[in-house]
Design a protein around this ligand. Structure first.
Ligand code: GAL
Length: 633
């Protein structure tokens, strides 16, 4: 498959007279896709039931006539103002009980049946009109579920939906009381009708209650998305896509992805570095204009899993954004590098956000491929260069990586629900392992828990809160090296401590006898160097000790290929532990130069240089903020 480039375009923002010239320039740049429509509801239906699709007909025709394929969005992330007159209670409600009002976007509650029906209606109308349009070759449903913290809503609709969900899950309120341990603090319920969402409690609510609420809230996103997918399916053969976000774990993306054909995500490397990553200042300074060297790749691999192999970058940062605390410009080369990195990980398409910088409203300081005066912004030439390079390169076929990490969204909710240590963050743990593997020169796959687990030579299972017996058996039966922990299997699915004590892995005599979390100043040094940080489990049992603290306390135990890691190692300790596991698994590792990463496809090895200096490696000279590739022989 040859990857493609595209751009996000908002015809409704510009006079119709310039659409044709815009489309011509997009095609001239070498772009194949234009994503449109995802926020246009007020212009598609200015009054309830009064439809105005003519302009969209002409926009699609204009783009199509220039040779562009269209991704058409359903506009359900931005309900028009009149929708509130029809459904006054459709707004999401925050934890304090206040409505999240009109005037920006995503002002809806996933649980509101009336709003969901409106979304199905507009999706169906769009499907009827454009489902067989030859230019509309993909659909995007809604826009960035969860953006602006919108998954969880404490509305009346959500409370009612939750009670119904609980009744279905537990069947009787006595069963719920038992499962949650409601005897504690006299929290027993006599009826499902008595159960509220877990906000505004005096102190911490029951974690089992919170976990149920998180699951319900995730399921509401899944149902909302599925309703639109069901409306569109009979009307189109084009793939259905959603654009997910970076570092976003508030709903189960694997569940949403099951109803779609392609996963995509919105990649803002420099914004994320400033906004999401908690790395030290030196790291942030070094990568200020490039973004973190592992953040994008991790998401590429995660969303490849969510899309069951098919994935895109739907929005790619082109220049400074508007929404992070600080918004520096990318180093020259980065808009090209980010696209190539995505392709190296198997992206079918990368679409830059956006075509022209909007001179009005919230995102007026957000760069595009064009300036507001239509002159080229710096990323335009880089996009054109990528398009030329794609034409020269043979197809890219992703290869199966030798190492994989199991990823589980409910585990992220579990450790937010009861962190126990303020610095224990599930996503950060996964990123730490991923980063360490990549610094050893490795390509990594991300897998969901229900994946086939036999192919990776090395499999990591960090922080997976509830290991089912079935998964434990599959892990123990694997050939190759399996590294479970820290914190894996330390709760039941209902958020209780399991007995026998965890991790209770078949064939590995290791038990967590006591757990402690460590503040930043209290790392526990290891005998072979480095330290455990943040988290330390005291393990006992007859399994062989591979690593211990300087006081002789075991922290990594094994039996055959199955290992349990009883803490969160700092980078030097993690590098040693993973390098050793790789050697045992028969995987070759190498210490990568700072900022340089590799990713293998079936035919090529790609080198991605996030450093601001050129680097020589593997016989190649890779420029600063540059990429290189060579055939695998
Ligand atoms: C994304 C969003 C876009 C735009 C962009 C700005 O989160 O999907 O609509 O707001 O960010 O960076």
């Amino acid at each position: 498959m040859k990857p493609e480039l595209g751009v996000c375009y908002y015809p409704e923002h510009w006079p119709e007279e310039i659409w044709a010239e815009d489309a011509r320039r997009m095609a001239e740049t070498g772009l194949s896709w234009a994503r449109i429509g995802e926020f246009a509801w007020s212009r598609l239906e200015p009054e309830p039931g009064k439809l105005s699709f003519d302009w969209l007909d002409r926009a699609i025709d204009t783009l199509g006539a220039a040779g562009l394929k269209v991704v058409l969005g359903t506009p359900t992330a931005t309900p028009p103002r009149w929708m509130l007159e029809k459904h006054p209670d459709m707004l999401a409600v925050d934890a304090r009980g206040l409505p999240r009002k009109f005037g920006s976007r995503r002002h809806y509650c996933f649980s509101h049946a009336g709003y969901r029906a409106e979304c199905v209606r507009i999706a169906r109308l769009l499907g009827e009109r454009y489902g067989r349009n030859r230019h509309v070759q993909a659909w995007q449903i809604d826009n960035e579920y969860a953006c602006h913290d919108t998954v969880i809503s404490y509305s009346r609709a959500a409370a009612e939906g939750f009670r119904d969900w609980l009744a279905q899950r537990y069947q009787s309120v006595q069963a719920l009381n038992r499962a949650w341990g409601n005897v504690f603090w006299s929290m027993d319920y006599a009826d499902f009708a008595e159960i509220d969402p877990p906000n505004q409690t005096v102190t911490e609510p029951n974690p089992a209650h919170v976990m149920a609420w998180r699951r319900y809230s995730s399921d509401a996103v899944v149902a909302f998305n599925a309703a639109q997918a069901r409306a569109l399916r009979p009307l189109t053969d084009a793939p259905l896509i959603h654009n997910y976000m970076g570092w976003e774990v508030n709903f189960d993306h694997f569940d949403v992805g099951a109803d779609l054909d392609i996963a995509s995500w919105d990649s803002y490397p420099i914004g994320f570095l400033s906004d999401r990553l908690r790395d030290d200042e030196a790291h942030k300074r070094r990568y200020l204009r490039q973004g973190d060297p592992d953040m994008q790749a991790l998401h590429h691999d995660l969303y490849r899993a969510v899309g069951r192999g098919r994935w895109w970058v739907m929005e790619q940062q082109p220049g400074p954004v508007n929404w992070a605390p600080f918004n520096p410009a990318p180093l020259p080369g980065m808009p090209r590098l980010w696209a190539w990195e995505a392709f190296a990980h198997g992206a079918e398409a990368v679409c830059y956000f956006r075509w022209r910088q909007a001179p009005f409203a919230q995102e007026q300081m957000h760069a595009g491929l064009l300036r507001p005066d239509s002159a080229a912004a710096p990323a335009l030439a880089e996009a054109a260069q990528v398009a030329r390079e794609i034409a020269e390169l043979p197809e890219i076929r992703p290869a199966v990586a030798p190492v994989a990490i199991l990823f589980d969204y409910p585990s992220a909710w579990a450790w937010q629900t009861q962190p126990q240590g303020a610095t224990f963050d599930y996503f950060e743990l996964v990123l730490a392992l991923y980063r360490s593997l990549r610094k050893l020169g490795l390509s990594v796959d991300i897998l969901p828990g229900n994946a086939e687990l036999s192919s990776p030579k090395l499999l990591l299972v960090p922080g997976l809160f509830a290991l089912t017996d079935e998964l434990k058996v599959r892990l123990a039966a694997r050939e190759g090296i399996t590294l479970v922990g820290p914190r894996s299997g330390t709760r039941t699915a209902e958020f209780a401590l399991p007995v026998p004590l965890p991790p209770a892995l078949p064939g590995l005599d290791t038990t967590i006898a006591l757990t402690e979390s460590l503040p930043p100043s209290a790392d526990m040094p290891l005998a072979q160097g480095g330290a455990m940080t943040r988290w330390l489990e005291h393990i006992e049992g007859s399994a062989e000790t591979v690593e211990e603290t300087i006081a002789g306390q075991p922290v990594l135990a094994r039996s055959g290929g199955l290992h349990y890691l009883a803490g969160w190692p700092d980078p030097p300790a993690l590098a040693r532990i993973l390098a050793r596991a790789c050697t045992e698994a028969g995987i070759e590792t190498v210490e990568m130069p700072e900022g340089l990463r590799r990713r293998d496809t079936e035919t090529h090895r790609f080198y991605i240089n996030y450093a601001a200096e050129p680097v020589r490696f593997d016989g190649l000279e890779i420029p600063a903020a540059g990429v290189a590739w060579k055939e695998i022989t």
